[in-house]
Design a protein around this ligand. Structure first.
Ligand code: AP5
Length: 218
């Protein structure tokens, strides 16, 4: 299974990807997580990416495409993978098509449809584990009062780019650069739309049904 989760920031891509990647035994490839790790480790890439991410802009296509090429060449990607937050521009999507070539195909692109007001509410209330990336919400799924992640014992934090101002920037950047990918994948006949405004379990069931269908057709 080779799949993409596409949608604006905060629509629930990471939340659902964690579960589905586990269920289908494929790695979740989140370019956001790869970049955050580089920032945390203080690498050259991390130093460049930090300022860009904090402002809500996109890291350059060339850097992202290089990271993804390297990642999908690894052994655990042989049976497929689930992209969460990639591609984000037409150039990234075209590069992915070129990487896959004629030998491999992309099975499905799941688009998460969520209203902007709900996105702002979700992102400003999101909390994440700084160590394992487990996602919480002060509204829907509160973290432990201790502020310590129940999965790994890491510290639960508020992401620097989850402030109202940066969220608004990220939404504008999304509209300009990433929203056109919906039509791109619709033209390829790969796009499936889910109502991401539904409760987590319901969204999960709907994506599960899409994946099951794709598996049957392959
Ligand atoms: P990235 O980390 O990819 O962030 P994003 O796409 O903005 O996505 P988010 O992680 O914010 O949202 P999500 O859809 O995963 O939502 P989540 O499941 O957490 O990117 C960060 C930055 O890195 C970018 O701004 C850019 O600078 C850079 N970058 C990354 N990839 C790049 C690329 N390819 N090219 C260039 N630059 C790149 O859910 C959000 C909240 O809602 C959580 O609190 C969750 O608990 C809650 N929630 C989820 N689902 C539901 C539901 N159904 N009902 C109620 N609450 C829910």
């Amino acid at each position: 299974m080779r799949a993409i989760f596409l949608g604006a920031p905060g629509t629930g891509k990471g939340t659902q990807a964690q579960y589905l990647a586990l269920k289908y035994s494929i790695p979740q490839i989140s370019t956001g997580d790869i970049l955050r790790k580089a920032v945390q480790d203080g690498t050259e890439l991390g130093k460049k990416a930090r300022v860009i991410m904090e402002s809500g802009q996109l890291v350059s296509d060339d850097i992202i495409i290089g990271l993804v090429k390297e990642r999908i060449d690894q052994d655990d990607c042989k049976n497929g993978y689930l992209f969460d937050g990639f591609p984000r521009t037409i150039k990234q999507a075209e590069s992915l098509d070129a990487m896959l070539g004629d030998r491999e195909t992309l099975d499905v692109v799941v688009y998460f449809d969520v209203a902007e007001q709900e996105i702002i509410k979700r992102l400003t209330s999101r909390r994440v584990c700084g160590q394992c990336g487990n996602v919480y919400s002060t509204i829907y799924n509160p973290p432990p009062a201790s502020g310590i992640c129940e999965k790994c014992g890491g510290k639960v934090i508020h992401r620097d780019d989850d402030t109202v101002e940066t969220v608004k920037n990220r939404l504008a950047v999304y509209e300009q650069n990433t929203a056109p990918l919906k039509a791109y994948y619709e033209r390829q006949g790969k796009l499936r739309v889910v109502d991401g405004g539904l409760p987590v379990e319901q969204v999960r069931e709907n994506i599960d049904a899409i994946f099951a269908e794709e598996k049957t057709y392959r």
